[in-house]
Design a protein around this ligand. Structure first.
Ligand code: IVH
Length: 694
């Protein structure tokens, strides 16, 4: 790129950048098929942001830089929907579906095709485009009047800001929070002692109701568009064609759509999704059946509230009873003591579950949950296992009410509860459980990535008092390692190499590994790029931090507080003395996007593939490849196209070719000793073992 000196040059370059960024944005967020590494994308975005801040009047609302969220609003303005946003009538059983079908056929005759669409569990939104540009986004409200939430909707990455054609039209769809974003948000809230959202729908609605669009921007929301609103242009004449047409304009349209010519086929389809839907990476609560032909839709008309041409079949929320066998307390990295319900394993919404977070002491007392109780469990929003209630009538008198111990369950030190907070914390900074968690986090794949240093070794190192904090790892000697139970020469060499090698990691790994409250993998990378060195980050004021995308006031405060604590300063000095790199190295391979969800046992049970990268190759016989990919993603894993150093698992079907060969050679040459190759049967057996039902 040549140097930009004039405003005209800047304007030209901005136009080019906007087009390139929109293209890659669509590949990534809409088509799920990125063509360039994350780092390259970030570089394009940085160039755009830099040019726009040099020439502020060249910054327009449709610029992809505006996805980070602009100024906060004082309140939401009301918008009238020119075409009312209707709701759907619900059916709770097949009889009601058959009745609906009969009414439709009585109205328009027997030649009716139905489109089946998943009912996404989020909130309805309307998006208005003028000349192909997004000008307004609104909530449904009461169907007649909604609220203008344009600033928030603009931050949603898969909403096109510019369409592929300069059309003026209104579309409608569902804004939702994908499962991984929901799990991440709730674990952050828990870390802060805030109450978690009950389900992804509430989380999505809460995010879009924020007056500060930067909050929505950080929440990882997405949309699926499923209908046209007010349109002046000519459009296709069938719902199924409308969906395809919308996809062609650049809208994210749910791919799981089918057309059927009779109700029996529709009922089969509904049945076939009862379990399958739990493996999608987002929550669904039903199946929408719509008359395909728009002319017939008009003929059937609407009632006051809902159309006569569509109905929503609602799947029953699954609840199961089991016995609460114990309440386990775990001490996290920051000393927060979290109670977890442990119960007899049950099948629920697609997986086997045996644990659920009980959040805090108050929660247990409010629900009067006692060990030995028969409890009702469900998955909040079909994802996070939770204890709904105890069945008091089934008590025998032997149940034991919960009492928070006075001392830390791990080190015995005093537990402290801050006045406003719900969580009890262990006040002992040298509590072995906290140190164990901090060390495990530091060495984890997404952080410093020290291979082979598993929990079992960390435990032994702590017990033998060979390490007290993460800086001690860099002073371990071969002899010290060899003194550990079952440690051999080869492993010791590998560990020492791994520890030595991680000193050269780029800054974001160290930043994430330090475990600064609220600083996740993505924020760590943003900070590393922005500040380039730990020293300049440490010198930053809170206002410098909040000026950055993805950094909110709370994270800024947390970062500031961390770097101003004498303990952290000493630790960083010792890491520096040990030769740990504290600069951003742009050649570092791009980060995996899946943010680590922590080592919370409940999260691990829900998302067993977190942090793992899969490649699927060859032909799968028993399973549909796209379905398998969606399932892996819904359990926290990532599926990529080619075998690389990042790959953890290669699932090789029949007639697997070059990918298999490459994986084999990576293993044989020792470059990727942890890569596993599974055939389809092994993979299925593994899924079963994990309780991941298909
Ligand atoms: S069609 C006039 N299609 O369900 C028809 N709605 O209970 C308008 N929803 O308000 C809705 N997925 O928020 C339609 N594929 C889908 C949907 C869907 C989710 C939501 C939507 C609507 C509610 C009705």
């Amino acid at each position: 790129m040549t140097a930009i000196s004039s405003k005209q040059q800047a304007a030209n370059r901005i136009a080019v950048l906007k087009a390139i960024i929109s293209y890659h944005n669509r590949n990534y967020y809409v088509l799920d098929n990125p063509e360039i590494p994350d780092g390259d994308f970030d570089a394009l975005m940085r160039e755009l942001v830099a040019l726009e801040s040099t020439f502020p009047d060249l910054r327009t609302e449709d610029s992809p830089s505006q996805r980070v969220g602009g100024e906060a609003l004082a309140g939401f303005v009301k918008v009238k929907h020119r075409v009312p946003m209707l709701s759907l009538a619900n059916a709770y059983n097949f009889q009601e579906m058959l009745d609906f079908d009969r009414r439709v056929r009585a109205g328009v005759g027997d030649a009716v095709n139905y489109v089946c669409e998943l009912k996404i569990d989020g909130l309805a939104v309307s998006l208005t485009y003028e000349q192909g540009r997004l000008v307004r986004g609104a909530t449904r409200g009461d169907g007649e009047v909604g609220e203008d939430i344009t600033a928030n909707l603009r931050t949603i990455r898969n909403i096109p800001l510019v369409l592929s054609e300069p059309l003026t039209l209104e579309v409608r769809g569902e804004a939702y929070m994908p499962n991984h974003a929901f799990v991440r948000l709730n674990s952050q809230r828990e870390e802060l002692g805030e109450s978690p959202f009950a389900n992804p729908r509430n989380a999505a609605a809460g995010s879009l109701r924020q007056l500060d669009p930067k909050v929505a921007a950080r929440r990882g929301l997405a949309v699926f568009i499923y209908a046209l609103g007010e349109t002046a242009v000519s459009t296709p004449s069938r719902q199924s064609e409308v969906l395809q047409w919308l996809a062609g304009l650049g809208f994210p349209v749910n791919p799981e759509t089918k057309v059927y010519s009779n109700i029996e086929q529709v009922l089969n389809h509904i049945e076939s999704w009862t379990q399958r839907r739990h493996h999608l990476p987002y929550a669904t609560d039903g199946m929408v059946m719509k008359v395909d032909d728009l002319q017939l839709q008009r003929q059937l008309g609407v009632t006051v509230k809902s159309p006569r041409w569509a109905i929503a079949y609602k799947y029953a929320a699954e609840q199961t009873e089991t016995i609460l066998t114990g309440i386990e307390l775990t001490v996290g990295r920051t000393g927060a003591v979290t109670p977890t319900a442990v119960f007899n394993p049950v099948q629920l919404a697609g997986t086997t579950v045996s644990r659920a977070s009980l959040h805090n002491e108050d929660y247990i007392h409010e629900k009067d949950i006692r060990v030995g109780d028969t409890i009702v469990v469900q998955k909040a929003g079909e994802i996070i296992p939770e204890v709904v209630r105890s069945i008091v009538e089934l008590r025998t008198g032997d149940e034991v009410p919960f009492r928070m111990p006075d001392g830390c369950p791990e080190c015995g030190e005093r537990l402290y509860r801050e006045p406003e907070a719900a969580a009890w914390r262990c006040v002992n900074p040298t509590c072995p459980a906290q140190i164990q968690e901090r060390l495990a986090h530091f060495v984890s794949r997404a952080a410093m990535n020290i291979d082979g240093l598993g929990e079992r070794w960390i435990h032994q190192l702590l017990r033998a008092e060979l390490v007290r904090d993460v800086a001690d790892l860099f002073h371990l000697s071969r002899e010290q390692l060899l003194s550990l139970d079952r440690m051999g020469e080869k492993l010791a060499t590998n560990l020492l190499t791994g520890i030595d090698r991680c000193k050269g990691n780029s800054l974001e790994r160290l930043l994430f590994g330090l475990g600064i409250p609220l600083v996740g993998e993505k924020a760590a990378k943003t900070l590393a790029i922005q500040f380039q060195s730990l020293d300049s980050l440490m010198a930053a004021e809170q206002t410098d931090l909040t000026a950055i995308r993805d950094v909110g006031p709370r994270m800024a405060e947390s970062i500031h507080e961390y770097f101003h604590s004498p303990g952290a300063q000493q630790l960083i000095q010792r890491l520096r003395d040990a030769g740990v790199n504290m600069h951003y190295l742009s050649s570092e391979p791009s980060f995996r996007r899946t943010e680590a969800v922590g080592r919370n046992p409940v999260v691990a049970e829900m998302l067993p593939f977190t942090g793992m990268t899969f490649v699927l190759t060859g032909s799968l016989v028993a399973m549909d490849r796209r379905e398998v990919a969606a399932m892996i993603e819904s359990f926290g894993g990532k599926v990529t196209d080619s075998v690389s150093k990042q790959t953890d698992i290669l699932v090789a079907g029949e007639k697997a070719g070059s990918k298999l060969t490459r994986a084999q050679s990576l293993i044989a040459s020792g470059q990727q000793p942890h890569l596993k190759i599974l055939n389809e049967a092994d993979f299925q057996a593994w899924l079963e073992e994990l309780g991941v039902q298909r």
